[in-house]
Ligand binder design. Structure first.
Ligand SMILES: [Zn+2]
Ligand SMILES: [Zn+2]
Length: 357
């Protein structure tokens, strides 16, 4: 048995590194040890790297979106066993506290976003996963690791956003941001077939992808078009019924409430790196409802079923794939959006192969 493994570590603000770390092991009877078969780099990893996630701890192995095979479980784990193929929920939760009992598992009193943030995560060969009975979704035999990869994080996020939006058949919906989470939000919105879906981004390639995939009716490039004017034109001068803010970029929060019609719902999915301004004086009488949230891991089994039945297909997100050896190159390319990267997917470490940066 190996005593060390390779893992991507958050060292300090601005610095991550691929390092040799001790092999994790089952420590509590409710733990499981997982061999990671596929992981991804997420925008939230970059937020940690930039020092803008206050709960993140230096020295932690990053990675909170991954699938793998269970190697060992503690004596109190009942729902899973060694050999199970699983997707891992980004949220660690007990299932029994005040918040868990009400379905608010991301605010669990004993957990929340822990993996790859406060405790070692999945950009590694192996990972210890606490509270294992709540931590996984079994991957059915006819679902590939790739198809299941986004279940516990960005797809859970997009699915939550669509669920809380109370979508109606005639709704005109705006989604700001066609990055990985924006696309997952669009895929989830499609399940409700609203009247018109308008997607806004700065990147023509991403907008084209959303269109090609049949995820929207209209695209607007906010670099070259006036977003507010275009949306007013498309909505009889009223504004959108539902707005999803998934970009988290400069000015996108402002766009979100401005393009919403009076009495609209504005769903804030983005994780911001800076404080946002809510100018209540300017929106007096507009009667907006804002919904904010972190990743919700309540519906992962339902989502897996959507993936299995083909109602959700995230394969278009995977633009790059390379072993853990190359993860530093992955961070560089993902951060700088090189080569049209949408999702950088990490396969297991290959001994004796060079580590590209
Ligand atoms: Zn994430
Ligand atoms: Zn709890």
């Amino acid at each position: 048995m190996k005593t060390t493994m390779k893992a991507l570590v958050y060292k300090e603000k601005g610095v991550v590194a691929l390092e040799e770390r001790p092999m994790p092991s089952v420590q509590l009877p409710t733990d499981a040890l997982v061999r990671v078969t596929l992981a991804s780099i997420c925008s939230s990893d970059l937020h940690i790297k930039h020092g803008s996630v206050p709960r993140a701890k230096e020295g932690t192995v990053l990675g909170h979106e991954f699938v793998g095979e269970i190697v060992e479980v503690g004596s109190e784990v009942k729902k899973f066993k060694a050999g199970d193929r699983v997707s891992v929920n980004v949220e660690t939760f007990c299932g029994e506290c005040y918040f868990c009992k009400r379905g608010y598992v991301n605010n669990c009193e004993h957990g929340g976003w822990e993996l790859g943030c406060r405790i070692d995560g999945g950009q590694a060969e192996y990972v210890r996963v606490p509270m294992a009975d709540q931590a996984f979704t079994k991957i059915p035999d006819d679902v590939t690791d790739e198809a299941a990869l986004f279940n516990g994080d960005i797809l859970a996020t997009g699915y939550w956003a669509a669920q809380v939006a109370d979508l109606k058949p005639a709704d005109k919906v705006v989604v700001i941001g066609a990055g990985p989470t924006g696309l997952c939000t669009l895929m989830s919105i499609k399940l409700y077939s609203p009247g018109q879906v308008i997607v806004v981004d700065v990147d023509d390639e991403r907008l084209a992808l959303a269109k090609e995939q049949g995820l929207c009716d209209v695209t607007i490039n906010s670099r070259t078009q006036n977003v507010e004017e275009e949306i007013l034109k498309l909505t009889n001068g009223r504004g959108a019924d539902r707005v999803f803010e998934v970009a988290g970029a400069k000015g996108t929060f402002e766009t979100a409430w401005k393009v919403a019609r009076p009495n609209a719902l504005v769903i804030i999915v983005a994780l911001y790196e800076e404080p946002q301004v809510l100018p209540l004086n300017l929106m007096y009488g507009k009667n907006l409802t804002f919904i904010t949230g972190g990743v919700d891991a309540n519906s992962c089994e339902e989502i897996m079923e959507m993936v299995r039945s083909g109602k959700i297909d995230t394969s278009c997100l995977i633009t790059h794939k390379a072993p853990l050896n190359d993860i530093m190159m992955g961070y560089r390319m993902f951060e700088n959006r090189e080569d049209g990267v949408i999702k950088w997917v990490v396969t297991p470490y290959e001994e004796g192969r060079e580590e590209r940066k």
